[in-house]
Design a protein around this ligand. Sequence first.
Ligand SMILES: Nc1nc2c(c(=O)[nH]1)N[C@H]1C(S)=C(S)[C@@H](COP(=O)(O)O)O[C@H]1N2
Ligand SMILES: [Mo]
Length: 447
Amino acid sequence: MANDPSHQNDKKVSRGLHELYAEDPIKADELVWDRETDAGSRRGFLKRGGMLAMATAIGASIPFASNMPAGLIPAAFAQSDEPFTLPGKEGLTILNDRPINAETPPHLLDDEVTPAKHMFVRNNGLLPNVKALDPATWTLEIAGESCETPTTFTLTELKSRFKHHSYQLTVECGGNGRSEFSPAASGNQWTTGAVASPKFTGVRLRDVLEACGIKQDAVYIGYYGGDLHPSGDPSKESISRGVPMSKALEDETLIAWAMNDEDIPMLNGHPLRLVCGGWPASTSGKWLKKIVVRNQVHDGNKMAAPSYTVPKYPVAPGTQVPNEDMEIIESMPVKSLITFPKTGISHPQGQPLQVRGHAWAGDLDVTELHVSIDFGITWQKAELKAPANRLAWQHWNSVLNFPEKGYYEIWARAVDSEGKAQPMVVPGWNPRGYLNNACHRIAVQIV
Ligand SMILES: Nc1nc2c(c(=O)[nH]1)N[C@H]1C(S)=C(S)[C@@H](COP(=O)(O)O)O[C@H]1N2
Ligand SMILES: [Mo]
């Protein structure tokens, strides 16, 4: 799009946006990520890179540019396929750049194990200063009223004192799919791409907590990360959530320093993060500095309703629900994606079409995956693989034959080990737009 000569207004746009966001001219070399320099600061390239990409993507002037709320990415850009430059990321769709939120188009989630460059990014606050993210000096504090012996570990101590474990773990933002709720729920308008299933390596949270002693009255853990509240106020956390002890003590709950056998990407929590697979990814604290063992439900920022909670009973769309009637989201619901082919392809008639994707179901397994090419009248059972380990997503594939030329949709529908299936349409509306596990569908033209 950037090279399209029809976009004669490009210059004008850059100037308008430039006036809005940057003090001095945008230079191409400012778009390059550099861990050694200022890349994590509030005024780094993320902002400018975002604006430059936005200007080239829109290709028209914005008469009311001065009214645009800070951090807003124009809808035209949020919905475009144009690749956007985020350090270490490729092909993500940016929803917001302050804080940075970016999702992955479904066809880029085709790998069985999600590569780092394709893992979504969801930030609630300001990135920690990159200079502070040094594995050599990083420490993790274990404390809280239900911890017997509060202890601070260096990363080296964590690695040498405890056994290492690797698991492929599915992490999905509780708000994934929010964009489909009506009336619209406020928050990032995720479509389908706030999910990933990389392999994490670290130590078990259980081993570390047991070494520090867990008191009898422990009910919950909470995390604190190295990022800042959007206000920049150091006395506030950007987010500090947690899980009940039963989830904290599971084999697969890790304090991880590696993803796919490399350092965790900076945007995904380097040098250390908590990973609670199968639960809203908001429980997987990034840039992990501290874990507290609590004798009550953790009360950090974004633990209380309406954050990451849904009504205890079904409500009509648009209902105002009192906070006391909301409950904390735990295991995520059954869901699936079609990752191949990419929506919109043309395929020759008479040739079978290979389709594939992944399915996952929070703490549960997926037991069946069905596909339909006739808007859900008939379904065919796909081949479904076992997960690499508990809490990893499962791969499915199927071969489809189309009776004649024309427009088709491929729909996929997963069923979990408790017999619950994905709904065809958007499920129960809730004030913050969580847990949309409606079936994924793609378009195919048979020619
Ligand atoms: N410290 C910290 N941890 C965090 C967040 C954050 O903003 N700060 N966001 C949470 C939310 S809401 C999600 S969905 C996941 C996103 O993880 P990712 O950015 O690695 O994809 O991180 C969680 N952990
Ligand atoms: Mo999230």
